[in-house]
Design a protein around this ligand. Structure first.
Ligand code: PEP
Length: 250
C-alpha cells in the first residue's frame, strides 16, 4: 500500500503574516504522518520560518523550484544546497508554469531531480499535457516523454522514493478537473513507464499524484482510484479549512 501524499502549492500567493498564520493553524491539526504525508510548498522567502514553525510536527515544508547548480553566479536563483541547509523536505520540479513561463526544459528538470536527491530533498516531478495535445490524442506520449527525461540516470531505489505529479495543464487553476477515470488512466500509463525503466517493484512503490483543480469535493473519488496516490493542489490549499479537508481524504 502506498501512503497518500497531499501537497499544497501556494504559488506566488500569501503575505508573510498569512503564511505564518496558516502553518501555525494547521501544524497540530494535520493527520499523523503514518496515515498521510502532508506538505505545503511555499514561496521561497518564507521557507526558513515555516520550517521552524513546522518542526517536530507531521507537516512537511517544500519549495516550488530550485536551480540545479550547487552555487555560483546565478542571480535570483536558489540552490539545492541552500534549501537543504534550511531543512526543506520537498521541492516541486518541472511545474507546467515553470516550463511554460520560464522555459524550463526536460533536461533542466532531470538535472534538478539529480541535485535534489544529492541533498536528500524529495522531488515532486510534474508532467502534463496541454488541451491541444489531449485533443490530438497525444496525452500519453507527452507525459511519458517528460517522465522518461526526468527519470534518466537513477537507481531503482532512488526512483522508488520520488513523487510524480500528473497535472493536465488545461485543468490547472481552471476549475476543470480530469475525470477520476481519465486521471487514473494517465497515472497508470506513467506507472507503466516507471515499470519499463526501473522494474515492477519500483513502479509499485513510487507515488503518483494528480493535480488540476483538486478540491475537497472531488478528492475522495480521485484518491479512490488505483493509480492515484495523492494530490498536488494549488487554489484549494490556500485556506486552512479546505487544506485540512484535503488531508482528511488522504
Ligand atoms: C497546481 O498549482 O499545481 C495546481 C494543480 O493548481 P490548482 O489546484 O489551482 O488547479
Amino acid at each position: 500500500m502506498r501512503k497518500p501524499i497531499i501537497a499544497g502549492n501556494w504559488k506566488m500567493y500569501k503575505s508573510f503574516d498569512e503564511a505564518v498564520e496558516f502553518v501555525e493553524a494547521v501544524r497540530e491539526a494535520v493527520p499523523s504522518e503514518e496515515k498521510v504525508d502532508a506538505v505545503v510548498c511555499a514561496p521561497a522567502i518564507y521557507l526558513p520560518t515555516l520550517v521552524d514553525i513546522a518542526t517536530e510536527t507531521d507537516l512537511a515544508i517544500g519549495a516550488q523550484n530550485m536551480h540545479f547548480e550547487e552555487e555560483g553566479a546565478f542571480t535570483g536563483e536558489i540552490s539545492p544546497a541552500q534549501l537543504a541547509s534550511i531543512h526543506v523536505d520537498y521541492v516541486i520540479l518541472g511545474h507546467s508554469e515553470r516550463r511554460e513561463l520560464f522555459n524550463e526544459t526536460d533536461e533542466a528538470v532531470n538535472k534538478k531531480v539529480k541535485a535534489a536527491l544529492a541533498h536528500g530533498i524529495v522531488p515532486i516531478i510534474c508532467c502534463g499535457e496541454t488541451l491541444e495535445e489531449r485533443e490530438a490524442g497525444n496525452t500519453e506520449a507527452k507525459v511519458s516523454g517528460q517522465i522518461r527525461a526526468a527519470l534518466e540516470g537513477f537507481s531503482a531505489d532512488e526512483v522508488a522514493h520520488m513523487v510524480l505529479a500528473y497535472e493536465p495543464i488545461w485543468a490547472i487553476g481552471t476549475g476543470k478537473t480530469a475525470t477520476a477515470d481519465d486521471a487514473n488512466q494517465v497515472c497508470g500509463a506513467i506507472r507503466d513507464v516507471v515499470k519499463e525503466l526501473y522494474g515492477a517493484e519500483t513502479a509499485e512503490a513510487i507515488r503518483i499524484q494528480y493535480g488540476g483543480s483538486v478540491k475537497p469535493e472531488n478528492i475522495v473519488e480521485l484518491l479512490s482510484k488505483e493509480h492515484i496516490d495523492g494530490a498536488l493542489v494549488g487554489g484549494a490549499s490556500l485556506q486552512v479549512e479546505s487544506y485540512l479537508k484535503l488531508l482528511e481524504a488522504g
